[in-house]
Design a protein around this ligand. Structure first.
Ligand code: AMP
Length: 224
């Protein structure tokens, strides 16, 4: 059976990262987050990191060539042999076209899942999010809140607002999403790739993940 390329699509804050982590476990495939990969490069201070830091801080997209290169290398890693989840990629039609070219050379079954959440819910969700500056753990206000408010459960470090989670930056990220990413969904639909809209506000993440897993197993002719 061809390996699975699950593209998790949705605006910033729609829960792509959470779903990717749950589905990675249940489907036994790799999780590729371009946002995480880029943040690692920024933290390491290497050449790629230095070139994208200010764009990321402003909530803008980094150049297609930079992310395309990261993804091209990443999907060759051994943990992608059974399949992989793309979280936050592709975000532009240019990236989607490169991905289509890469995948045409490999036996892959591509499925797009679009997590649909109202923007007002997203702004409230992201601007309440806090991160541990030491270990990177993310906390929400209502779901996955820390045991002691404002303090990381793992290492006791004071939590901070991630630079690109400030409300004005969130609005810029949503604007960039609307302008550049929405046409990507149209591209996938036109290419005949299965695209599923999944309502993702006010539903517990585990329930959403189970629903997606069931759809995928059915699509692949496996028992759910
Ligand atoms: P994320 O954590 O996926 O919201 O990504 C955080 C930031 O990383 C984005 O606001 C962009 O600056 C950058 N980024 C992540 N993925 C991409 C991508 N596929 N194309 C361009 N920029 C990206």
């Amino acid at each position: 059976m061809p390996r699975l390329c699950l593209i998790l699509f949705g605006s910033p804050g729609s829960g792509k990262g959470t779903q990717a982590k749950l589905l990675k476990e249940s489907l036994g495939i790799a999780h590729i987050s371009t946002g995480d990969m880029l943040r690692e490069r920024v933290a390491s201070g290497d050449e790629v990191g230095r070139s994208v830091a200010s764009l990321m801080q402003a909530g803008e997209l980094v150049p297609d060539a930079t992310v395309n290169h990261l993804v091209e290398e990443r999907i060759e890693q051994p943990d992608c042999a059974n399949g992989f989840i793309l979280d936050g990629y592709p975000r532009t039609v240019q990236q989607a076209k490169l991905l289509a070219e890469l995948l045409v050379l490999r036996p892959v079954r591509t499925i797009v899942v679009h997590l649909v959440v109202d923007y007002n819910v997203i702004i409230a969700r992201i601007s309440g999010r806090r991160q541990c500056p030491a270990c990177g753990s993310l906390y929400g206000v209502t779901s996955s809140a820390p045991k002691t408010p404002g303090v990381c459960d793992k290492d006791g470090v004071k939590l901070a607002v991630r630079d690109d989670d400030r409300e004005e930056v969130v609005r810029e990220r949503l604007r960039a999403y609307e302008q550049q990413t929405a046409p990507v969904l149209a591209f996938f639909k036109k290419s005949g790739i299965p695209c599923w809209d999944v309502p993702a506000a006010d539903v517990p993440p585990a329930v959403i993940a189970k629903g997606i897993e069931t759809l995928i197993r059915k699509e692949r002719g496996e028992a759910a």
